[in-house]
Design a protein around this ligand. Structure first.
Ligand code: HEM
Length: 418
């Protein structure tokens, strides 16, 4: 790759400790100097960091493919470096095949379907807060385990396994690739959980219930039943999508609101502000920082020469801080509107779970603000995710607050370890 014009070789690695120390500053420097640049890290990849480049690439699936392939190694195509994950449907499929798979997912994540899930979401949030509300102290990161248990229950997986699903997916996204925690997730937890998931898929095919796995095993594509392995590939993606992202959003938001008490008070005084505020927190924190594509043919993209097989990182997070698109992008304006953020991606692969993610974040934030709204975070004891390349957030948020009362009656408390 030549050092030509606006497409130079830069020293950048979104997985490095240096980047994790200050992801916002790291992307800002890159965006201001070279919004399209090439890094030699991880076998080489392009980084797109302004809104225009990210927007155009995300909408051009013919050139920027999501399909699993061997360029850049084996594994999940939408991350750099590729992680050894099972094939994920539909995120690793390009059109035209993509459409028939996405059609199966849309009905279970559409607004009406998520409205039907509200009771489940409220129930788990209420329980998680009940468990700590009388003590007046907690690790708020544990309260934010809600998205995992909701996703596991909704899919029809074993709810008693929810912490194992949560920690494995968290490690895959937030531990340093190659670290002991990461390897344990990939080599021990994932194979164990995959075995259990496959057993449940087989069982639901025999005896369907009313969960999502039962729905998926009864679907057809190309006039034939969806296979167990295809169901697994969708379930595993729904887990990966549902578990870490919403937790990342809420963990960042609660710490930010502690540091900005006047905004916290506004949200307590006027909960109708929450919907727009969540869109702004999505923009500001971009829980999924960046995802990858592969170039399908030699091409010139916004003046940069790209070659077939080049890997490309689209930074949703950096696009979300582009001053050409957002006025005063480094400030949080909870009433910002319009807010065309890229936190859920852009184009055909735009997040299938956005309504569910929003609903879980809203219920968590509502109950935190109404039931423990005077929380004080011990900032010295905060622990950030060790690796901020894919998801940013806090894995330990020790806090104290005025104790309150439980809401669930004994009979309503789930019989599951937290
Ligand atoms: C705050 C929460 C969330 C954020 C920030 C987020 C972010 C994203 C992003 C950026 C993409 C685009 C992928 C791409 O272009 O390659 C995506 C896709 C996806 N997300 Fe989410 N997500 C969230 C919540 C969820 C939830 C709760 C679920 C499911 C339960 C989910 C399931 C999916 C699926 C299935 C896709 C793939 C869609 C496709 O390929 O057509 N996400 N998400």
């Amino acid at each position: 790759m030549t050092e030509a014009g606006r497409c130079p070789v830069v020293r950048f690695d979104h997985n490095s400790d240096e980047h994790s120390t200050d992801p916002v500053g790291s992307y800002q420097r890159l965006r201001e100097a070279h919004p399209i640049a090439w890094s030699e890290a991880h076998g080489g990849y392009w980084i797109l960091s302004d809104y225009k480049a990210v927007f155009e690439a995300a909408r051009d699936d013919a050139t920027f493919s999501s399909e699993r392939n061997s360029y850049g190694g084996e594994g999940l195509s939408v991350v750099i470096p590729k992680t050894p994950m099972p094939f994920h449907i539909p995120i690793e499929i390009d059109p035209p095949n993509f459409r028939k798979w996405r059609k199966l997912i849309n009905p279970i994540t559409a607004p009406a379907a998520v409205e039907r899930m509200q009771e489940l979401v409220t129930h788990y949030v209420t329980w998680f807060i009940d468990e700590i509300i009388e003590s007046g102290e907690c690790d708020m990161a544990e309260v934010i385990g809600v998205p995992s248990i909701v996703t596991v229950d909704w899919l029809g997986l074993e709810v008693s396994d929810w912490t194992r699903y949560a920690s494995a997916h968290h490690a895959a996204l937030a531990a340093v690739p190659g670290s002991a925690k990461y390897r344990h997730a990939v080599e021990v937890d994932f194979p164990y959980l995959a075995g259990k998931t496959r057993d449940i898929i087989r069982a639901r095919r025999e005896n369907p219930t009313d969960d999502i796995i039962s729905y998926l095993v009864q679907q057809q594509v190309d006039d034939r039943p969806v296979t167990d392995e295809e169901v697994f590939d969708m379930v595993d993606l729904l887990l990966a999508g549902g578990v870490g992202t919403t937790a990342s959003l809420v963990s960042n938001t609660v710490v930010w609101l502690y540091r900005n008490p006047e905004v916290r008070q506004r949200l307590i005084d006027d909960p109708t502000l929450l919907d727009k505020a969540i869109e702004e927190f999505l923009r500001f924190f971009s829980p999924t920082q960046a995802l990858a594509r592969t170039v399908t043919d030699d091409t010139e993209f916004l003046g940069c020469p790209m070659q077939k097989g080049d890997r490309v990182l689209l930074s949703w997070a950096s696009a979300n801080r582009d001053p050409a698109q957002f006025e005063d992008p480094d400030a949080v304006d909870i009433e910002r509107w319009p807010n065309r953020h890229t936190a859920f991606g852009i184009g055909i692969h735009r997040c299938a779970g956005s309504n569910l993610g929003r609903a879980m974040a809203k219920e968590l934030l509502s109950q935190i603000l109404t039931r423990m709204g005077d929380y004080v975070v011990d900032l010295d004891a905060l622990e950030a995710y060790p690796h901020q390349g894919t998801n940013t957030g806090w894995q330990r948020i020790p806090a104290t607050f005025t104790p309150g009362e439980r809401r669930l009656r004994d009979a309503e408390v789930p019989n599951v370890a937290r």
